[in-house]
Design a protein around this ligand. Structure first.
Ligand code: SF4
Ligand code: SF4
Length: 423
């Protein structure tokens, strides 16, 4: 992880346990983080709060408590949303602590064989972009061929334990290979690199395509290096920091292209991981909305008006880690006629949180319910969010309620008003 100048220095040379103990030791148990924690707010159990979890982590590291299923439950229930970090006067790096603890615990825990196999298959697929695209092709074929309807009717999905994961998937678009150079139109303003992400390539390919469309229209050449890979966030948060570090090195090399103005991401979850990776990326990293807000080339660009209300969902990765949540509003304000509002409860996680919606379905659904109620109360016709994981989770909740509300990335929406879908 890179060093935040507001936080105490990292003791990089200490062994893993000593570093974790040192981080946990920064907590003075003041409790200021407790009311900000989404899981504590649901259970009102101190063991489901940041302070309670840090106490448990310290007790495990100091061998004052054994690694019991109860303790694992409280630690696993953490979303790693990092709302607690923003509230902490002692600057405890809760994210670093939680990831480090999972990495330390994972080799010690006994997972059921089926669960261990599924996890291995998922994380191994994601670290190989070709396998991820092949999995996307298979899933799209499944959705298009009629097999989906058959599998849903026969209960086959529940029998193999993938019913929930399958229901979360949106209708997948045709996978296009975006690798290579995308040439700008008009005045040349420089070259930017585009990070694709692994899951986002499958579930929100339109946003990546719209991103290239917009950048090219504004005069930016876009390079999409073929050697780029997954950001490693899922590995980092699921007890495999070693693989996350390997992926960070691969991305660092893939984007080592001379003359890049910036490296852009269109998924805040990936962005948070890339921003903290070691080694750092070789050019400044920006969320695509944040870059477009500052970009040149807007003169002469016409956006068609949109007389609708858009509620902006702020992903935790954007709000609590990257602190760039304002960019989505600033970009969307370019659309004439639009009425913008923050979605109520943006300080609380939606429950998507990487693979959390699959691993902790009850808590994920409780948090999702709050978002669905907030969307209903907002009267919005469109929900905008910069993280495809949140988008998928919110859209699945809206589908289940029979609510025909679009969930879109801000860039997709702005590009659409620039004529993207007619391009
Ligand atoms: S990361 Fe989020 S869920 Fe976990 S302890 Fe902090 S506030 Fe609570
Ligand atoms: S705010 Fe910081 S120091 Fe206070 S209890 Fe929470 S983690 Fe500990």
């Amino acid at each position: 992880m890179s060093q935040n100048p507001d936080q105490p220095p990292l003791s990089g040379d200490l062994p893993q346990i000593a570093r974790l103990r040192e981080e946990a030791g920064r907590c003075v148990a003041c409790g200021l983080c407790v009311p900000h924690c989404p899981t504590y707010r649901k259970t009102l159990n101190e063991a489901d709060s940041p302070r309670g979890r840090i106490f448990l982590m310290a007790a495990l590291l100091e061998q004052r408590l054994p690694l019991s299923p109860e303790i694992l439950h409280h630690l696993d229930l953490c979303l790693t949303c990092r709302a607690c970090e923003n509230a902490c006067p002692s600057k405890v790096r809760y994210g670093l602590l939680a990831d480090g603890m999972r990495d330390w615990i994972e080799p010690q825990r006994q997972r059921p064989a089926g669960q261990a196999r599924l996890r291995h298959m998922l994380f191994d697929t994601l670290r190989h972009p070709r396998r991820t695209r092949a999995a996307g092709w298979l899933l799209r074929t499944y959705q298009k061929s009629g097999l989906q309807g058959f599998a849903r009717k026969t209960g086959m999905l529940a029998a193999v334990g993938v019913e929930r994961a399958e229901a979360q998937l949106p209708a997948l678009q045709k996978i296009r290979t975006l690798h290579g150079m995308h040439v700008a139109s008009g005045t040349a303003r420089g070259t930017v690199g585009l990070f694709l992400g692994c899951v986002a390539q499958l579930t929100d390919a339109a946003t990546l395509d719209a991103t290239i469309f917009m950048l090219n229209r504004l005069g930016y050449r876009v390079t999409v290096p073929r050697a780029q890979t997954c950001c490693g966030a899922l590995h980092q948060h699921n007890g495999d920091i070693g693989t996350a570090q390997l992926l960070a090195q691969e991305n660092q090399q893939a984007f080592n292209v001379s003359g890049l103005l910036a490296i852009l991401h269109a998924a805040s979850g990936c962005g948070a991981s890339l921003a903290e990776q070691v080694p750092p990326l070789p050019a400044p990293l920006f969320d695509i909305s944040a870059f477009l807000v500052r970009a040149e080339g807007w003169e002469g660009i016409q956006l068609s008006p949109l007389w609708q209300t858009i509620a902006v969902h702020e992903p935790c990765s954007s709000r609590n880690v990257l602190h760039d949540q304002d960019a989505a509003y600033l970009l969307l304000q370019r659309i004439p006629g639009v009425s913008l509002m923050p979605l109520a409860g943006n300080d609380q996680c939606c429950g998507a949180a990487g693979s959390y919606a699959l691993s902790q379905p009850e808590m994920a659904d409780l948090l999702l319910r709050d978002k669905i109620e907030a969307i209903k109360a907002s009267g919005a016709q469109i929900i905008a969010t910069s993280n495809p994981g949140c988008a998928m989770h919110l859209a699945a909740g809206l589908r289940a309620e029979g609510m025909a509300i679009e969930v879109l990335h801000p860039v997709h929406l702005v590009a659409r008003q620039m004529g993207y879908e007619n391009a």
